[in-house]
Design a protein around this ligand. Structure first.
Ligand code: HEM
Length: 493
């Protein structure tokens, strides 16, 4: 049986589908291989078994789905047959649906569903309108510029830590209208470090009970979440006291009223939304930029082409949002980096009714995983898929920005899909798609391109010889041991 938060009345049998190919043999050994290196394992499974692979049959039936048409169905056309999150089997044999990130984010936009999600989405959408994002442009470039000004020629830096701090400051300034101080950085960093590795384990039976035990790791997680709560509730209290009259996120959340009932959000709801945007809004972009610099460091030719564009378009001045249409190669570099190292490397849905998926009838209750890491390396759409080649994005038809038409609800954000007549829409989906598409995608693309331009016009970041950069797939894809690089100044600023 499955009990879905979005469909509380529904009770469905979860049984494995018949005839879906997948690995047999020792389940424990297979699980170990998966846990040791999910990125390689997913690629191997896709190669060996095709676009729909049975991953597990028990305690839940889970499938890796790598067919763009099936992904389009799940995220867009047939999204009502699916719900977000993964199914977990309890001791009584019943399946419940869990959101791995709700441990940290409660019921904010990323983790809520049904009517709560639709209301939240309508509420937050104004913060991400194109006009607003154009207004944030100066902050994106200024903060990136001041990050790069702190560096010294020849200095060794952890670029992942630098990018995380920079994107956190950008979100704090643009959405919260608060300055970033060391205490805030530390609280956020600790909460992410302690809770992200545990988020995926929420789907395992017994996790909730174990989390309440006085074990050191569970205690550290609770303490870090408490500190995060104190910080956010403090921000809320100060903004309430000041009258919440601004047009930033906190003011918007505090002043919003239900059109029919006149009800306002309580502090816990404001906390969930605020934390969601603070965390979802900086960690992913930090990863995108980190991997971009990693790839540029390994591909001097692409770096030279980028710098040539920056010199021509900017002529020695800092970038502005109006430069973006002419910074085509800069945007292509970012797109190509997110193809090879998608900050969100896999997404989960579960079926709430039986459905045809990639030619197989999958039963209600099945968990489906769609992996950007796998699909973005499909050589049918991406010839020589492991090669970092930003020029893939420059040919006509591969426009880097445009208005999204891929949803049957009004999410009216923009996206960059890389779709061409030869390449289906969901051959590339770093921001997901449909009604749950990343609300921050236009924000992230503008922020990413302007930050890249502001940094790369001054600096060339070189890899540290002998340091093995290992992608670490938690909820997001980050460099496991940081990203040490050496900064070389291009010209006096
Ligand atoms: C390169 C940067 C980013 C990437 C790759 C990214 C990726 C994604 C993906 C794949 C999803 C959909 C998850 C799913 O459907 O299961 C998502 C949702 C979301 N993202 Fe992003 N994101 C990025 C930046 C941002 C930024 C800058 C913000 C906010 C400032 C943000 C806020 C959100 C929120 C609130 C959701 C949930 C939307 C909903 O369910 O309605 N993201 N993101």
């Amino acid at each position: 049986m499955i009990v879905s938060e979005e469909h509380p009345g529904l009770r469905m049998a979860s049984r494995p589908a018949v005839g879906v190919p997948g690995p047999g043999g020792n389940r424990l050994a297979a699980l170990r291989r998966m846990r040791a290196d999910p990125l390689t394992r997913f690629l191997d499974l896709r190669r060996a078994y095709g676009p729909v692979v049975r991953l597990t049959a028990w305690p839940v039936s889970a499938y890796l789905v790598s067919d763009p048409e099936a992904i389009a169905d799940a995220l867009v056309g047939g999204h009502r047959a699916y719900a977000k999150g993964a199914a977990r089997r309890g001791r009584d044999g019943r399946l419940t649906v869990v959101q791995p990130l709700s441990l940290l984010l409660g019921q904010g936009l990323l983790t809520s569903s049904g009517q709560t999600h639709r209301t939240n989405r309508r509420l937050l959408q104004p913060l991400f309108h194109r006009r607003r994002i154009a207004g944030y442009g100066a902050t994106f470039a200024t903060i990136a510029d001041s990050t790069a000004r702190r560096w010294r020629d020849g200095q060794r830096l952890d670029i992942h830590a630098e990018m995380s701090e920079m994107t956190l400051e950008i979100v704090a300034r643009t959405l919260f209208d608060v300055p970033l101080d060391d205490a805030l950085i530390e609280v956020v960093r600790t909460a992410l470090r302690e809770n992200m590795p545990a988020a995926g384990r929420r789907v395992l039976p017994g996790f909730a009970a174990a989390e309440r035990l006085p074990l050191p790791a569970a205690r550290r997680r609770r303490a870090s979440r408490d500190a995060l709560d104190r910080m956010v509730y403090g921000l809320i209290a100060r903004r309430r006291a000041a009258g919440a009259t601004g047009d930033d996120l906190l003011s918007l959340l505090l002043s919003t009223q239900d059109a029919e009932t006149g009800a306002r959000l309580d502090d816990a709801q404001v906390r969930d939304e605020a934390l969601t945007l603070l965390l979802a809004g900086h960690e992913t972009t930090a990863n995108a930029l980190s991997w971009t610099f990693h790839l540029l460091g390994a591909n001097p030719q692409a770096e030279r082409a980028l710098q040539a564009e920056l010199d021509t378009v900017l002529g020695g001045r800092p970038p502005t949002i109006d430069d973006l249409p002419r910074l085509e190669y800069t945007q292509a570099v970012l797109q190509e980096a997110m193809r090879l190292y998608p900050p969100v490397w896999a997404m989960g849905r579960h079926l709430i009714e039986d459905r045809e998926v990639g030619g197989h009838r999958l039963p209600a209750g099945s968990t489906l995983l769609f992996s950007q890491w796998v699909v973005h390396r499909d050589e049918r759409w991406w010839p020589d898929p492991d090669r970092f080649d930003p020029s893939r994005w420059l040919h006509p038809g591969a426009a880097t920005t445009g208005t999204s038409t891929d949803t049957d609800t009004d999410t009216s954000t923009s996206t960059s899909t890389g779709a061409t007549p030869q390449r289906p829409r969901f051959a590339y989906f770093p921001f997901g798609g449909g009604p749950r598409q990343c609300i921050g995608n236009t924000f992230a693309l503008a922020e990413g391109a302007l930050a890249l331009a502001a940094i790369a016009r001054h600096w060339s970041l070189r890899p540290v010889p002998g340091f093995d950069v290992v992608p670490h797939p938690l909820v997001t894809l980050r460099p496991r041991d940081g990203l040490p690089m050496t900064a070389h100044r291009r010209r006096p600023s």
